[in-house]
Design a protein around this ligand. Structure first.
Ligand SMILES: Nc1ncnc2c1ncn2[C@@H]1O[C@H](COP(=O)(O)OP(=O)(O)OP(=O)(O)O)[C@@H](O)[C@H]1O
Length: 358
């Protein structure tokens, strides 16, 4: 039988318990507000070490200066993967019980923000060692169950899958909390924020959002939908249950061997470039057909076709060059990601021509 001490996870023997938790939902759904309240509650009630990594806080400020300054989705993907790498450095330090090393290649501003984020939550501190500064883990980080919350929109399943892969690589617990907030409420809350996003961004994300689907994806089985704007505390028992389940059931690599082998097989047997070429070609022709149906003016149709073909050529060239932005942790190309990015950028172009029309 578990003792209270064990349940709280503060025992000194036995494997350390660590969980990666993905928070997803539309902009202004209340994720950051929820994450702060959850972290406070878990520290107080469970005595866990909690680190909330809010992507908006950690991504370089320059990118957040305004919607126009935001990088393209493909750049976001690179930055998100870089941030996961930082997280991996932290996790390796926790797992090996050593100091946290500094990634040799990094985006300095993002790394600094990441370090500040961990320091502010009492997970690491700076120390001088042989005249060199280094980052050491705090007692809290090494002696308690560690619960890391990743706070971003995570609107594509593939974005969340990268976090799952990290959990699997280090046999960590994994769970997802989806803040299900009506679009209208998000738009309203967003409008009241000092740095409001353009409403179209929220509309677009609302259309793109791939909710966690545990029935379809076995790896998403540890997910909970929290209807918002209901008060976070209403869901607190269910949330704690989910987290405890994740804590007690780390993702096992062996369990997923079949899935992994199948994924590897598909990747090996598919000529990625050929497949991408066919798929992007189809998307462009469907988009052009849609534009004709919408009676976009012939001159604009021509420009739209040019832009879409240029975009397609750029994507294919990137793939041909083996551009690292399409490589996930296991250094494989995720074709569905390529297509998702293409859709995203294509939609931005299409919107421009459709709005010219009206
Ligand atoms: N349950 C709630 N009821 C009413 N207002 C809320 C609630 N939760 C958050 N808000 C308000 O909504 C706004 C957005 O909240 P928050 O920053 O937590 O959203 P978010 O999902 O993290 O947004 P983003 O993804 O853009 O960072 C804030 O002004 C916040 O005060």
């Amino acid at each position: 039988m578990k003792t209270a001490e064990n349940t709280r996870g503060t025992c000194s023997d036995g494997p350390r318990k660590r969980v990666l938790c993905v928070l997803c939902g539309l902009p202004a759904a209340g994720k950051s507000t929820f994450a702060r309240a959850l972290a406070h509650r878990l520290r107080q009630e469970q005595g866990w070490a909690v680190g909330v990594v809010a992507y908006d806080d950690v991504m370089p400020d320059a990118f957040l200066a305004g919607a126009r300054a935001r990088p393209a989705p493909s750049q976001w993907k690179l930055l998100r993967q870089e941030l996961l790498k930082y997280l991996e450095y932290f996790l390796m330090a926790v797992i090996n019980g050593c100091q946290m090393s500094v990634p040799p290649s990094r985006t300095e501003a993002m790394w600094e923000d990441f370090i500040t984020c961990l320091k502010d939550q009492d997970l690491i501190f700076s120390a001088a060692y042989e005249a060199q500064s280094c980052y050491l883990l705090t007692k809290t980080a090494v002696s308690r169950p560690l619960f890391l919350v990743l706070d971003d929109n995570f609107y594509y399943q593939s974005m969340r899958y990268e976090v799952y892969q990290l959990a699997r690589k280090y046999s960590l617990g994994f769970c997802q909390l989806f803040l299900d907030c009506p679009l209208e409420t998000c738009l309203q809350r967003n409008g009241q924020r000092p740095r409001a996003l353009p409403p179209e961004t929220i509309h677009l994300m609302g259309r793109k959002l791939e909710k966690p689907n545990p029935e379809k994806n076995a790896w998403e089985h540890n997910s909970l939908t929290i209807p918002s704007p209901s008060c976070a505390s209403e869901a607190s028992l269910e949330v704690t249950d989910l987290l405890l389940t994740a804590l007690e059931n780390p993702v096992k690599y062996a369990e997923d061997d079949m899935e992994q082998k199948e994924t590897d097989r598909i990747i090996c047997s598919t000529n990625v470039l050929h497949k991408a070429d066919q798929t992007l070609r189809r998307i462009v022709s469907q988009t052009m057909k849609g534009a004709k149906d919408e009676q976009v003016l012939p001159h604009n149709l021509k420009l739209l076709a040019e832009e879409l073909n240029k975009l397609k050529a750029e994507f294919l060239e990137d793939l041909k060059q083996g551009n690292k932005k399409y490589l996930c942790f296991q250094q494989t190309i995720d074709i569905s990601d390529v297509i998702s990015f293409f859709h995203y950028e294509k939609d931005n172009i299409v919107q421009k021509y459709f709005s010219k029309q009206h």
